[in-house]
Design a protein around this ligand. Structure first.
Ligand code: PLP
Length: 400
């Protein structure tokens, strides 16, 4: 008889956003005359930059001509033209990468989840709480136990290492989803030093690095000395360049990241991740890699930054409204997320229903990201400017 992975039965039945979608469906069926303003799910609303669209079209044309058609990409880890563009981008903020350290993928979520394949069962997994759900879910699916480092109001939603607790694998995300907080270089250095002391590996999710505007804040963990010996970095063009529906990202595993096997031999994590990907992943389509390459050209940077500035303006509208209302929040400056404390002691699902029923503004209950999200709520800056202004007008009227 077939046996299922019973770890799935221990998990919440639905991914957070499916639960939210169900509630919204019920509301709109009961109230068809009340349109929603969606500031919940972290999807972008602006289209791809023209330079990206042109590059994808041109590459699609090449695919229709015998001489320039391409089938499987030999390495499956990304064409050199894109890896060179990514390495050049990192160089612009002072991080030097070898092309062999970069692996192109179809967005960061799959790698964030699949990376568990290369680690053994006996590891202690540490996740900062609240967190992007994939880190915890993928470990539970793999039958691993997860412990948490608290990100809360007291520490400004920036969990720090504790030497009384040993961890082998540590998930960090900065700028953080959902809290919008960003680790300083000194804070990241503490995590790197902790990882080196514990012979641990950090999985650093930098999906929102493009929103960092403060030059003092690190956009990559490799801005910190020693990080190449202990950290894997995962990034994505989803929020940087509106690739949520186009799908392209990259994972960086430095050559220096060497760990010990149980027989004492040295193992390169880049090598075993490459082995894993070689068996289970066949690469990203050529036209999409050409579109991604265009993001890193000077014109691509100019055009994609116009979109980021548009979202930043939305974040400011929200930050100003919350400040006016005296509601506590983090994020919104170097991040597209605003993480606010539910007013009047409301729980986060209670506040979700309160906003939905009274002003039809949809956010994300903080509780969905972990226990420290209870009583907190996430809004995103990825909507239209007009909707953001209208949502905040309603917010002020309801909560003043
Ligand atoms: N990491 C974080 C923190 C995210 O919020 C997301 C998407 O929302 C991702 C990774 C994955 O993005 P994608 O798979 O679209 O590249």
């Amino acid at each position: 008889m077939v046996k299922i992975n019973e770890k799935f039965l221990t998990m919440k039945k639905n991914y957070l956003f499916i639960d939210i979608a169900k509630r919204l469906k019920a509301f709109t069926e009961a109230n068809p005359d009340k349109p929603l303003i969606r500031m919940g799910i972290g999807d972008v609303t602006l289209p791809l930059a023209p330079v990206v669209v042109e590059a994808i079209k041109k590459a699609a044309d090449e695919m229709g001509v015998k001489e320039t058609f391409r089938g499987y990409e030999d390495s499956g880890s990304g064409y050199d033209f894109l890896k060179e563009a990514i390495a050049g981008y990192y160089k612009s903020f002072g991080v030097s990468l070898e092309l062999s350290e970069i692996r192109v993928n179809d967005g960061a979520k799959a790698d964030c989840g699949n990376i568990v394949d290369i680690f053994g069962d006996g590891n202690t997994i540490l996740v900062t709480d609240p967190a992007y759900p994939v880190y915890v879910d993928s470990n539970i699916m793999a039958g691993r136990e997860v412990i948490f480092a608290d990100s809360n109001e007291e520490n400004g939603f920036a969990a720090m290492p504790d030497d009384n607790i040993h961890a082998d694998i540590i998930y960090l995300c900065s700028p953080n989803n959902p809290t919008g907080s960003v680790y300083t270089k000194a804070q990241l250095k503490e995590w790197v030093d902790y990882a080196l002391r514990n012979e641990a590996v950090i999985i650093f999710d930098s999906a929102y690095e493009a929103f960092v505007s403060d030059p003092e804040l690190p956009r990559s963990i490799y801005a910190v000395e020693g990080a190449k010996k202990c950290a894997i970095e995962m990034c994505s063009l989803s929020k940087t360049a509106g690739f949520t529906g186009t799908r392209c990202g990259y994972t960086i595993i430095p050559e220096e990241l060497i760990v010990k096997a149980s027989d004492g031999s040295d193992v390169s994590l880049a090598q075993i991740w490459g082995r894993r990907q070689g068996s289970k992943f066949n690469g990203v389509s050529y036209p999409i890699q050409r579109g991604a390459e265009a993001v890193f050209t000077p014109e691509g940077q100019k055009q994609t930054h116009e979109a980021i500035d548009y979202y930043r303006r939305n974040a400011k509208v929200m930050a100003d409204a919350l400040t006016e209302l005296g509601i506590k929040f983090t994020g919104g400056i170097n991040s597209p997320y605003i993480w606010l404390k539910c007013p009047n002691g409301m729980g986060s699902w209670e506040f979700f229903d309160f906003l939905l029923n009274n002003i039809q503004v949809v956010g994300t209950p903080g509780e969905g990201f972990g226990k420290n999200g209870a009583g907190w709520f996430r809004l995103t800056a990825f909507g239209t400017y007009e909707n953001t202004v209208e949502a905040m007008r309603r917010f002020k009227e309801l909560l003043k």
